[in-house]
Design a protein around this ligand. Structure first.
Ligand SMILES: [Zn+2]
Ligand SMILES: [Zn+2]
Length: 326
């Protein structure tokens, strides 16, 4: 169960910083609702799948609905309103992997915006004033030690058995998981977005052992997310986001926005303000071609031709009307 003391973003990070949960959600948007279908599609063991579905129900992302299977009543899992809103985070993860992870452009499908008929590249914008938003356009207001202690995944979620998806590139987000699939990497990337850059500041803010900090920082540098810089005229070393690291911002911003909206019963330790309109940042994705805010019902993934998709190559995001289970 979710700990009541855990803050909003910590709860979202625990939930979404898990490869299997992301894959289960991805398949749910492609229409999967039944345990056996996830098990067979993802080739995942019941021991891995069952606790994850349970946690997604507990978090309010799925609700259970009975159905008749021959003489038995079984339950299927449907996305709630909160779950349906996660589509934009999955789209942002797709976009980042597509553009920044070598080799992914050929493996991943393209996103088509049906409204304008173009293959599109989603851009992060403010839902209040419609301006494009980068991390530099925002002011984080945070309480001490945001995002860190609370982002520890439960023991049952420690990774295992990724082999079943590692050979299927469309089902695998290796670089994304290097950033959000682990407590310290998540905390370090989040800290970078919040402007905490010095080794000593990170050590103090995160309460992390220097040896662990060094190791995690060098991993993130090795993946090209952070870069190490010596401050001019000082001995202090700082770690800054690279262009690739900055490009992950939409995923992070959308997660904060989603957590704010759906975990509003948990303490709020981070509020992001948009400088331009001075309001709390409400992140949305917009089409880079027609500049209209993307709606789940108006986008689809396809290999090439948007209008002649096949069932296998052009999964559509789930278009059912929003259920009202929440
Ligand atoms: Zn704004
Ligand atoms: Zn468009």
């Amino acid at each position: 169960m979710v700990q009541p003391a855990t803050d909003r973003i910590g709860r979202a990070l625990v939930l979404l910083g898990d490869q299997w949960n992301l894959l289960i959600l991805q398949q749910a948007f492609f229409g999967v609702r039944r345990f056996s279908v996830w098990r067979d599609t993802l080739r995942v063991s019941e021991a891995v799948l069952a606790p994850r579905l349970r946690s997604l129900v507990e978090a309010g992302v799925f609700y259970r609905r009975p159905y008749r299977d021959r003489q038995r009543t079984r339950e299927e899992y449907r996305l709630t309103d909160a779950g349906l809103e996660l589509w934009s985070i999955l789209v942002a993860i797709w976009s980042w992997e597509y553009h920044w992870v070598p080799g992914r452009t050929d493996e991943l499908p393209v996103l088509f915006h049906e409204l304008c008929g173009e293959a599109c590249d989603p851009e992060l914008a403010c839902g209040v004033c419609s301006e494009l938003v980068t991390p530099r356009d925002t002011i984080p207001h945070r309480s001490p030690q945001t995002l860190v202690r609370d982002a520890t995944p439960p023991r049952r979620f420690r990774r295992s058995g990724w082999d079943s998806v590692a050979d299927r590139p469309e089902l695998f987000f290796p670089e994304t998981m290097a950033i959000i699939g682990d407590r310290w990497s998540t905390a370090l990337t989040a800290s970078a977005f919040l402007g905490i850059q010095r080794f000593s500041d990170l050590e103090r803010e995160l309460g992390i052992r220097p040896s662990v900090l060094s190791q995690r920082l060098s991993q993130l540098c090795g993946r090209g997310i952070l870069e190490r810089r010596q401050e001019t005229g000082r001995r202090a070393v700082c770690y800054r986001l690279t262009e690739k690291g900055f490009a992950f911002w939409p995923v992070f911003a959308l997660m904060v926005g989603w957590a704010d909206r759906w975990f509003d019963d948990a303490p709020r330790t981070l509020r992001v303000e948009h400088r331009h309109c001075q309001r709390t940042f409400f992140p949305v994705l917009r089409c880079d071609r027609c500049l209209v805010t993307l709606e789940r019902s108006q986008v689809q993934f396809a290999r090439s031709e948007p209008h002649r998709p096949t069932a296998a190559s052009a999964p559509q995001l789930d278009r059912r009307p929003s259920p009202t289970a929440r």
